[in-house]
Ligand binder design. Structure first.
Ligand code: COA
Length: 133
């Protein structure tokens, strides 16, 4: 197993977040560094995985710490996928939240099979208003 460093709410540069999004394949506004910067600044729960200085995985969430926690982005660099990093990031999100908190997320088509694997239940009553851009 690789020696990775996991950190909670670290200082992190928007460009490296854009880069790990890009390298994971997750569709995010990777060419808009200013928007990525706001995504980081306004989230209150971010877990990072680093291999040395290199950011190789990230989970970004918004939580009130007493009722709900929305995991917006879970991304692992393709070169590092399938090594338990995604699971480790989510485990850290989960253990940072008390039993009062529901953790929810939206899955990409390619990750549908992933979430039951790591303890999430499918919810058929989710409703969204899509962002326009
Ligand atoms: C989905 C993603 C975050 C998973 O992270 P990862 O570090 O590669 O996954 P892990 O190594 O933690 O996998 C944990 C387990 O799930 C399985 N798994 C991983 N990806 C899977 C997938 N897409 N579908 C089904 N099972 C999957 C692994 O085989 C592993 O099984 P094990 O515990 O029996 O060994 C990562 O592949 C990724 O960034 N994908 C592109 C972006 C994306 O889809 N993000 C999610 C958006 S909602």
């Amino acid at each position: 197993m690789m020696d990775l460093l996991y950190t909670m709410n670290p200082k992190i540069h928007p460009k490296e977040v854009a880069e790990v999004f890009r390298r994971s394949g997750i569709p995010r506004p990777v060419d808009d560094t200013e928007r990525i910067k706001r995504m980081i600044e306004n989230a209150n729960l971010i877990v990072c995985a680093r291999d040395g200085k290199r950011l190789v995985g990230i989970a970004r969430a918004l939580t009130d710490h007493c009722f709900c926690c929305y995991v917006s982005d879970l991304a692992v660099d393709r070169e590092y996928q399938g090594k338990g990093i995604g699971k480790a990031l989510l485990r850290r999100i989960k253990s940072s939240q008390s039993e009062e908190v529901m953790i929810l997320l939206l899955s990409l088509p390619g990750a549908h099979a992933y979430y039951p694997h790591i303890g999430f239940k499918k919810e058929n009553h989710a409703w969204v208003i899509r962002r326009k851009r």
